[in-house]
Write a protein that binds this ligand. Structure first.
Ligand code: NQM
Length: 367
């Protein structure tokens, strides 16, 4: 049978979103059947292959990401955004996690594809995040061209650690909570749980995350991602804790899932609130995810969490600076209530994004 997708290609926009990179598609340009869509996406990204040599993927989970965008039927939203994480050397596509870095590209993509009309100076896009059925509002600069049409202005002065140079700020505002996969900010019902012999805080402000003190793992917490990944005893222990904590969080079998994320905490080194190293979950993040950071901040601010003796919280109303391997990421998170009753009243962050390539991608033939 002739495979027309291979010969004619699929319309695709490659975009950096925050510190990640992904392939953005209109849902209408992909098969409606999730199984057929995922099989096609694996071929487009070049998965499974450690180098993803025959596709668009960049040989790391942070560059093996897909956004599927469509007009929203929710009156509170302009567009629906489905995030899909693809494996690199393992052939999987999962919708069990959301991604806030790729979210930064969704508003601009909606304008690029004509789903949202750009305003003369700034454009606001209301995004329903399908993975967690929650809302985000993105706002970014747009400009009017000589012919009167408006387009996204990607340039600007904001530097984000983990990306060279500067670009235009994209504000991501989640109102209160940044969403939840597990349905609760503290999914085990406790601020601290004992898992595999150590104390952890399980939290979900947009990303199911397990917080662990570096000292409890016998490490400093500011090791490089390469050094952490090379420590087979440590990675095996982190994985055992992940699987056990996931069961307590109601996430079921996560042996082949990219959640929960495992974040190792230690005191701040560079004037921020806390130092982090994030297992996402097999590779170690070179910075930190957006929703991961919002979850770390919420967990660290929860009274009695494992971060209590490590965190240097910002002054009231100040940004929570999360230190990570390539710098820091400032997020705004506010909590109300104490202990297991705590709720999030504000979640927001600034990112940048950039259109890298717009065209037609040709999936590799079936293996
Ligand atoms: O937590 C990587 C990323 C992410 C996720 C991961 C993210 C988020 O940096 O919102 O952005 O944890 O898999 O792209």
């Amino acid at each position: 049978m002739t495979d027309h997708t291979t010969s004619r290609g699929i319309r695709c926009l490659l975009m950096r979103g925050g510190t990640s990179k992904g392939a953005f598609f209109l849902a209408s340009d992909l098969p409606a059947d999730p199984e057929a869509r995922d099989e096609l996406l694996l071929r487009i990204m070049g998965t499974p292959d450690p180098r993803q040599i025959d596709g668009l993927g960049g040989a790391h989970p942070l560059t093996s990401k897909v956004a599927v965008v469509s007009p929203s039927s929710d009156p509170a939203a302009d567009v629906d955004y489905l995030f899909l994480q693809l494996g690199v050397d393992e052939a999987f596509v999962t919708d069990r996690q959301n991604c806030g870095n790729i979210l930064a590209g969704v508003g601009p993509f909606a304008v690029e594809r004509g789903l949202v009309a750009a305003d003369a100076h700034r454009t606001r896009v209301r995004i329903r995040m399908v993975n967690t059925d929650s809302l985000a509002i993105a706002e970014f600069a747009t400009r009017v061209l000589d012919d009167g049409t408006a387009e996204v202005d990607y340039d600007g002065e904001l530097a984000i650690d983990g990306v060279p140079g500067t670009a235009g700020p994209i504000s991501l505002d989640f109102d209160d909570t940044a969403g939840s996969t597990t349905g609760a900010l503290l999914p085990t019902g406790s601020v601290v749980d004992a898992v595999e012999g150590i104390e952890v805080t399980c939290v979900d402000n947009g990303m199911p995350t397990v917080l662990i003190r570096a000292a409890d793992l016998g490490i400093d917490g500011d090791e490089s991602p390469d050094d952490l990944e090379a420590d087979a005893t440590l990675t095996a222990r982190v994985e055992r804790i992940r699987v056990a904590a996931a069961a307590r969080m109601g996430l079921g079998d996560v042996s082949s899932a990219s959640i929960p994320k495992m974040v190792i905490l230690s005191p701040p080194r560079r004037g921020g609130a806390i130092t982090t190293r994030s297992f996402i979950p097999k590779r170690v993040h070179t910075s930190i995810g957006v929703l991961g950071a919002l979850s770390v901040a919420a967990g660290a601010l929860a009274e009695g969490s494992v971060a209590r003796d490590l965190v240097r919280p910002p002054a009231a109303g100040g940004a929570f600076a999360i230190e990570h391997p390539t710098g820091h990421f400032d997020v705004e998170v506010a909590l109300e209530g104490t202990g297991a009753e705590a709720t999030v009243t504000r979640s927001a962050a600034l990112r940048t994004a950039r259109k890298i390539f717009d065209g037609v991608v040709f999936p590799r033939p079936r293996l």
